[in-house]
Design a protein around this ligand. Sequence first.
Ligand SMILES: Cc1cc2nc3c(=O)[nH]c(=O)nc-3n(C[C@H](O)[C@H](O)[C@H](O)COP(=O)(O)OP(=O)(O)OC[C@H]3O[C@@H](n4cnc5c(N)ncnc54)[C@H](O)[C@@H]3O)c2cc1C
Length: 273
Amino acid sequence: MAAPPAVRRQTASSRPPTRRLRCRLAGAHILEHTPVTRVELGASAHKLHTARGSVTAKNIVLAGSAYMPRLAGARRVSRAVLPVMTYACVTEPLGDRLHHVMRAPHAVTDSRFACDYYRPLSDGRILWGGRIDCLGIEPSRLADKLHADMCVVYPQLADVRVDVAWPGVMGYARHKMPLLGKLPDVPGVWYATGFGGHGVCPTTVAGELIAAAIAGTEVCVRVRVHVRVCVRVCVRAVLACSCCVPAPPPPSVMPLCVQRATSVTSCSSRSGY
Ligand SMILES: Cc1cc2nc3c(=O)[nH]c(=O)nc-3n(C[C@H](O)[C@H](O)[C@H](O)COP(=O)(O)OP(=O)(O)OC[C@H]3O[C@@H](n4cnc5c(N)ncnc54)[C@H](O)[C@@H]3O)c2cc1C
């Protein structure tokens, strides 16, 4: 999920580029701003068409969430995913007022299905997320709506300005479980999608499982035991993967992946939020 420019500026220098660097050192090419416009499936290799050229690969992973409904060649996967909008915003810096509102540096969430979640940022702003719907909110009204939600919890923030608000799309499967697997009748077409409601952590776990399944190697899904939420999310993802029955497409690989997740001891995933 792309962060808005203002937030990206704050975090870019503090985030070590380790994962990206490791990919490059391993010989991977990361092509940003290059949307795939068509997937041409072949018997032994597949061609991904873009406006800047094409890439041919023996294995491809369809992981475009709900952003690829019209992607030719990928519809068997994309039609199993329902696009659901959700929203986030960042307030102006609150200075000393922040400590009268939130005294702990932690993220907070409630237990509703469409929950509010929020945390203080290091520069004294509040990052606030919440709401889901299928139709979207008029962009000019988005900041006001999120601010109104914030004031339900913190009425003392009524005069605080929202500096930036943004929408995004999450992909939900019908059974609300992630879809993770391999098309049964086309060699080398994998999918990892439908993570709506599960957040960022399980997407990393899914990436490691799919990569290991493609490479035919063992994978150890590590869970950091002192972060209970992380444990719950990661374990839930693995369990969800083992029992997900997407329709379409049917999974054929998860028993293999779960079998290869040989131990659950500590977590390599970070949500980045
Ligand atoms: C506003 C908002 C706030 C959220 N807040 C949180 C939070 O606080 N904590 C949390 O854990 N989760 C949060 N989520 C949910 C989280 O972002 C998702 O669960 C997670 O990103 C899903 O991961 P994904 O890889 O399946 O999809 P995405 O992260 O959406 O990634 C899909 C990728 O596919 C790319 N793509 C799509 N089509 C193409 C194409 N044709 N060619 C090439 N690339 C393509 C997109 O550019 C995108 O990078 C939030 C989501 C939104 C929208």
